[in-house]
Design a protein around this ligand. Structure first.
Ligand SMILES: Cc1cc2nc3c(=O)[nH]c(=O)nc-3n(C[C@H](O)[C@H](O)[C@H](O)COP(=O)(O)OP(=O)(O)OC[C@H]3O[C@@H](n4cnc5c(N)ncnc54)[C@H](O)[C@@H]3O)c2cc1C
Length: 365
C-alpha cells in the first residue's frame, strides 16, 4: 500500500507566504495540443509544494469540479471547462541516490517529458531513450504508463509521490501500487481525480546496455546511422527520426497522438479474424491474449486521410485524429464515434479511447 509521508499544516502561514492566483475565464487554446479554443471558468497554476495546503483548501471549499492539467497532450475538451483547471508546474530534477550500475533520478511533475528524456540521455543514463518525443509532462507519464517502441514507463519506474486530495496527505506509490497496464494505471482508473502526482523517481542504468531495438523501423534507422557501437543516444536519434517522419507536430496540426488504444483480444477471437483477414497484425501479450493494431483496422476501412469539416484522420497515421484549425471538440468526438462504430460493425471490436475526454458524452464509454 502507498505510504503517507507528510501532512501540510499551518494554513494561514502558507496562505500569506505562498499565495495562489486564481484567474477567471482563461483560454486553454495553447494549453491543449488539439488547439481547441475552450475556456476554463477558473484557472490556477502552482509551482511550489508549499502552495498545496492552499490548493487543497480551494478545491474542498469550493466543491466545484476540478481538472489537473499537464501538457494537455492527452485531452479532448468537448466544451468550456465549468470548474477549476489546476496547472501543475512543479519543476526540478535531482539524483536521489546512485550506485555503480544505476541512478535513481527524481523529476518534479511539471518537468517537460521530452526535455527530461534528452537530459537523461545527455548524462548517459539509459532506459527512457525509446520514449523520446512523447509530448506532455513527467508527472503525467504514469497516468497511462506511456509507451513506445517496445518500452513502457513502468520498465524504469521506481516510485512516485502524489497528493491525496481528500486527506491532504502526500503518499508514496511503488510499482505495484500503480497497477500499470497497457496505457493504464490506478491513476487513470479508480484513482482518477483523487490524486495529484507531484514527482516521479526513475531507476536508470549507467551503462549503454540492454537497448530495446528489436522494432523493425528502429533497426533500419540505426543501420542508416552507421554507428560502430550503438548507444542510447543513437537509439534516441533513430526514434526521433521515425517519429518526426510519421507523426504530426501538434504545433502545426492539432492532435493528441493515438486517439484509440490497440485492442487486446482473446486468442480465439483473434484467430477467427485472422481467418477472414490474413494480414491482420497480432502480437501475443499473454498466453491467451493477442494485441492487434487499431491503426490497421481503421486504415483497412478507408478512414486514413478522411476529413469531416475541420476534424480529420491524419494522412500518414490512421490512429491520429487531427484538428485542421477550427474543429470543435464535439466534431472530433463525432468523427471518433463514426470510426468506432465502423470498426465495431466490421470487426466486432469495440475501440477504447486512449485520450481523456473532458465533458459530457454518450459516446465511447
Ligand atoms: C504527437 C503526440 C504523440 C504522442 N505519442 C505518445 C506515445 O508514443 N505514447 C504514449 O503513451 N502517449 C503518447 N501521446 C500522448 C501523451 O503525450 C501522453 O499521454 C502524455 O503523458 C500526456 O501528458 P500531458 O502532461 O500532456 O497530460 P494532460 O493531457 O495534461 O493530462 C492527461 C490526463 O492526466 C491528468 N493529469 C495530468 N497531470 C496530472 C498529475 N500531475 N496528477 C494527476 N493527474 C494528472 C489530466 O487530468 C488528464 O486526465 C502522444 C501525444 C501526442 C500529441
Amino acid at each position: 500500500m502507498p505510504m503517507e509521508s507528510s501532512s501540510p499544516s499551518n494554513f494561514l502561514h502558507f496562505m500569506t507566504q505562498f499565495p495562489l492566483e486564481v484567474k477567471q475565464d482563461v483560454s486553454l487554446k495553447t494549453l491543449n495540443t488539439f488547439g481547441l479554443p475552450v475556456k476554463a471558468a477558473q484557472y490556477v497554476r502552482f509551482s511550489q509544494i508549499e502552495q498545496i495546503p492552499l490548493l487543497i483548501e480551494m478545491v474542498s471549499f469550493d466543491q466545484q469540479p476540478f481538472l489537473i492539467l499537464g501538457g494537455g497532450s492527452n485531452l479532448l475538451f468537448l466544451d468550456d471547462y465549468p470548474g477549476l483547471v489546476i496547472k501543475n508546474d512543479l519543476k526540478g530534477i535531482s539524483i536521489e541516490r546512485q550506485n555503480q550500475s544505476h541512478v535513481y533520478l527524481k523529476a518534479m511533475a511539471g518537468e517537460n517529458w521530452e526535455k527530461f528524456v534528452e537530459y537523461c540521455v545527455e548524462h548517459g543514463w539509459g532506459g527512457l531513450e525509446n520514449l523520446t518525443l512523447i509530448p506532455g509532462n513527467v508527472g503525467t507519464g504514469p497516468m497511462q504508463n506511456i509507451g513506445a517502441y517496445g518500452v513502457e514507463l513502468k520498465d524504469t519506474f521506481h516510485s512516485l509521490e502524489a497528493l491525496d486530495i481528500a486527506s491532504g496527505q502526500i503518499k508514496t506509490f511503488y510499482g505495484e501500487d500503480c497497477r500499470f497496464g497497457y496505457r493504464e494505471s490506478y491513476f487513470k482508473k479508480e484513482g482518477k481525480g483523487k490524486f495529484i502526482i507531484l514527482s516521479v523517481v526513475f531507476k536508470l542504468t549507467r551503462k549503454d546496455h540492454d537497448l530495446k531495438t528489436s522494432y523493425g523501423p528502429v533497426q533500419k534507422e540505426l543501420q542508416e546511422l552507421k554507428t560502430s557501437q550503438v548507444g542510447i543516444k543513437d537509439v534516441m536519434t533513430a526514434i526521433n527520426r521515425i517519429r518526426r517522419s510519421k507523426l504530426p507536430d501538434p504545433q502545426v496540426l492539432g492532435n493528441a497522438g493515438s486517439f484509440f488504444k490497440n485492442p487486446v483480444l482473446p486468442q480465439q477471437q483473434f484467430q477467427q479474424l485472422a481467418e477472414r483477414y490474413p494480414d491482420i497484425p497480432g502480437y501475443q501479450t499473454q498466453s491467451t491474449m493477442v494485441k492487434t493494431s487499431a491503426a490497421w483496422l481503421i486504415d483497412q476501412l478507408g478512414w486514413k486521410g478522411y476529413r469531416q469539416g475541420d476534424a480529420g484522420v491524419h494522412k500518414k497515421q490512421a490512429l491520429v485524429l487531427v484538428n485542421y484549425g477550427n474543429a470543435k471538440g464535439s466534431e472530433i468526438m463525432d468523427l471518433a464515434y463514426n470510426i468506432q462504430k465502423s470498426v465495431f460493425e466490421n470487426y466486432g471490436i469495440n475501440l477504447e479511447p486512449e485520450v481523456n475526454i473532458v465533458g459530457k458524452t454518450n459516446y465511447l464509454d
